[in-house]
Design a protein around this ligand. Structure first.
Ligand SMILES: [Zn+2]
Ligand SMILES: [Zn+2]
Length: 227
């Protein structure tokens, strides 16, 4: 078997446990590099590293004051060195197959939600990249999702300063196919590739408020760490 990420032959000893696991085209070296977690105390809500373990960090409190819609936040991996490389290749070099690698790392129960919604990318970005990086991972996972939002965002988030991001007007709007729905009692999961400041997620959740979801959780495939 060839590792989907490093393309080397997987030549690992079979253990009793591996006989019971499904075939996984990722070698253990790649898996551990991609799943590497920075040691240290974390915010219990967004999982970012903090100087002292807290239930909710300062960033989360500020975001929650502005946009209180999100219940729980989940993340698959830290934004470690290997993930940084992977996401760069995936998003800016157009290596679509990497969606499968991220899917292999993702162990998450999507079935607990009635709706899964990817964060949209702007038309301009979509034209350039040809795929929505979050939807592609959901496709690789076999998760059914519903596009509910459009975005007017022009600049890349990475081109904005933190202040600009916090003060930016909400770029998201509801698409026509969901605008008149009442989804009270339903559970929504919003998915995105990376959680940086958290503003994108919170603004997206805020726009879905009018649909009356009973619960909104968010999942990011990678989480930036800052301290
Ligand atoms: Zn490998
Ligand atoms: Zn936090």
């Amino acid at each position: 078997m060839i590792c989907l990420y490093c393309h080397h032959v997987i030549n690992e000893e079979q253990t009793l446990m591996s006989l019971f696991k499904k075939d996984e085209p990722l070698c253990s070296a790649c898996r551990s590099a991609l799943m590497f977690k920075y040691p240290g105390d974390r915010c219990g809500r967004c999982h970012q590293l903090v100087t002292k373990a807290v239930d909710v960090c300062r960033d989360c409190r500020a975001l929650d004051d502005l946009y209180p819609e999100i219940n729980k936040m989940y993340t698959v991996t830290d934004y470690n060195d290997e993930m940084k490389l992977l996401l760069h290749r995936y998003k800016f070099v157009g290596d679509y197959a990497l969606s499968e690698v991220i899917a292999l790392l993702t162990d998450f129960n999507f079935k607990q939600y009635d709706y899964v919604m990817p964060i949209p990318v702007s038309q301009a970005r979509l034209k350039e990249r040809t795929y929505n990086q979050t939807s592609a991972i959901l496709d690789a996972l076999g998760v059914k999702y519903t596009d509910m939002l459009g975005t007017k965002k022009k600049k890349r988030q990475s081109e904005l300063t933190r202040r600009e991001r916090l003060n930016s007007i909400n770029p998201f709007y509801l698409l026509e196919n969901v605008r008149d729905l009442n989804l009270s009692g339903k559970r929504l999961l919003i998915a995105d590739d990376i959680y940086t400041t958290g503003i994108t997620m919170h603004q997206a959740a805020n726009v879905t408020k009018v649909l009356n979801f009973q619960n909104i959780d968010v999942l990011t495939f990678s989480k930036a760490h800052h301290i």
